[in-house]
Write a protein that binds this ligand. Structure first.
Ligand SMILES: [Zn+2]
Length: 478
């Protein structure tokens, strides 16, 4: 009887840690990953953003996040989808290029170059589908490609001349994702891309009133996304992560800075170069002709204090941008404020990105809300490679090899499966301790009861002793 009581007690205490695997069970929780291109971490500081503020209150806000280097659109988005640094996933630039033919394709055309994207690393869409989930993507870089012959359950690629700023189109896209993809088709994971405030940041600069207006449009859209999640009955299952690929920084010219133009650097000549990617903001790559590597390198190195020049093998390891055959032998980047021109200063953007990812201007924002996320929590910065393992964890799928760590993001969650397991372990410990305590109490009670009983019996036998009984007792004691 005693053991039955103890067992019941143990079970009652240890089961208080349920539900076990509450949100790591595959298919129970959905994830919507949203990118607002070029939304810098501090863009909500000089604009009224009631919807982003409410999202932070209802969920989690990171102070900022750190994108991988090179801080440009396609490479950093592919890091969000794979959790790998750019040298490891291979989408090293916005532009597809061929060093033999000197062909180059701009951002949009590169979306259709399958081999640029499908080069060994699987994005989360495919990994999720291989594990029984359903995934979709709207306008996210890399959406058009197939990966090892597979593609998303549903996808939507923007037309050639797409107006990335059109708010009516934004709302139609949100309606499609929420109403059709998540609600009707019951997809588990969707990535959704908006091309702003990047375009406005480039054109007018990050400090412009135009950029502030565009942030208001982003904010309205965030409110619309959340209201559609509610309206479609997704509030209990959908987790929304909103972030960006990079930030934005002011570019100076017109005498404010001494511009960097490679052709004007003494000892440097484009005749020594077999292939180049310059006139692309603050970053550049060069392939010198046979035997010209040192000549080119020595001419550029130290030519301008705001121009950083590296042979591929001397790139700082923290940038994770060297160990890939697609990366050219000489890598250049400039300090904020400057861009790298080739023959002539032909770049006219007011804002740019592509700088060192340590620059605060390159850091994107991060917000997350949903049933698995804590509420009203602000966390410190983390690298965007860590968003992939977080998403896999929420979806309950096994991640492919990646450069992120769940440890960097799991503190944003209400409670991870691991935590629950720990809880259960400690509950079992508490349960055992309680049982042990209970047994000790029972033991003491039994001993006391027996002693009391004995004493009572003794007393009653004393009272009923016949005359001379004392002697008998005395004798017995002997
Ligand atoms: Zn971008």
């Amino acid at each position: 009887m005693l053991w039955t009581v103890s067992l019941c007690l143990l079970l009652a205490v240890s089961s208080s840690g349920v539900p076990l695997d509450r949100y790591s069970t595959k298919g129970q929780h959905k994830v919507l990953l949203i990118s607002f291109d070029g939304f810098r971490w501090d863009y909500d500081r000089d604009v009224d953003t009631p919807n982003l503020d409410r999202m932070a209150k209802d969920g989690v806000k990171a102070r900022y996040v750190t994108p991988p280097y090179l801080t440009i659109t396609s490479p950093t988005h592919f890091t969000l989808l794979t959790g790998r640094y750019i040298e490891n996933h291979g989408v090293i630039h916005n532009m597809w290029f061929n060093i033999t033919t000197s062909e180059k394709l701009p951002y949009y055309a590169t979306q259709f170059k399958n081999e640029w994207w499908d080069n060994g690393t699987l994005p989360i869409w495919i990994t999720a589908q291989r594990q029984g989930l359903r995934a979709g993507s709207l306008h996210f870089p890399g959406t058009q490609s197939t990966y090892q012959g597979e593609t998303q359950t549903v996808k939507d690629v923007e037309p050639r001349f797409y107006d990335y700023k059109n708010e009516t189109k934004w709302r139609e896209n949100v309606e499609k994702v929420m109403g059709t993809w998540f609600s009707e088709m019951d997809l588990d994971f969707v990535s959704l891309y908006f091309g702003e405030p990047d375009g406005t940041g480039h054109k007018y600069g990050p400090d412009s009133p135009e950029r502030r207006e565009m942030v208001k449009q982003v904010d309205r859209t965030v409110g619309f996304i959340r209201s559609l999640a509610e309206r479609n009955g997704l509030a209990d299952s959908l987790n929304i992560i909103i972030t960006a690929d990079h930030g934005m920084s002011n570019v100076y010219r017109n005498g404010l800075v001494k511009e960097i133009t490679l052709s004007r650097i003494p000892g440097f000549s484009f005749r020594d170069i077999a292939f180049h990617l310059v006139d692309f903001g603050p970053s550049g790559m060069l392939l010198p002709k046979e035997g010209m590597l040192d000549k080119v390198y020595n001419a550029l190195k130290g030519a301008n204090p705001h121009l950083h020049v590296f042979k591929k093998e001397e790139m700082p390891e923290r940038l994770h941008f060297a160990n890939n055959n697609r990366i050219l032998p000489i890598i250049l980047f400039s300090d904020p404020g400057y861009v790298i021109n080739g023959f002539l200063p032909v770049q006219f953007n007011t804002g740019e990105h592509g700088f060192d990812n340590e620059e605060m201007d390159m850091k994107p924002f991060f917000r997350a809300v949903g049933p698995v996320f804590q509420k009203n929590l602000e966390v410190g910065p983390f690298e965007t490679v860590n968003i992939y393992p977080l998403m896999c964890h929420i979806l309950g799928i096994k991640p492919d090899p990646n450069d992120g760590h769940l440890d960097a993001t799991k503190h944003m969650l209400i409670s991870t499966t691991e935590d629950l397991r720990q809880d259960i372990k400690s509950n079992i410990f508490v349960g055992l301790a309680a049982v042990a305590g209970f047994l000790v109490v029972v033991f003491i009670a039994l001993v006391s009861f027996n002693a009391f009983k004995k004493e009572t019996n003794d007393r009653s036998s004393e009272k009923s002793l016949p005359p001379g009984g004392k002697e008998e007792t005395h004798q017995t004691a002997l």
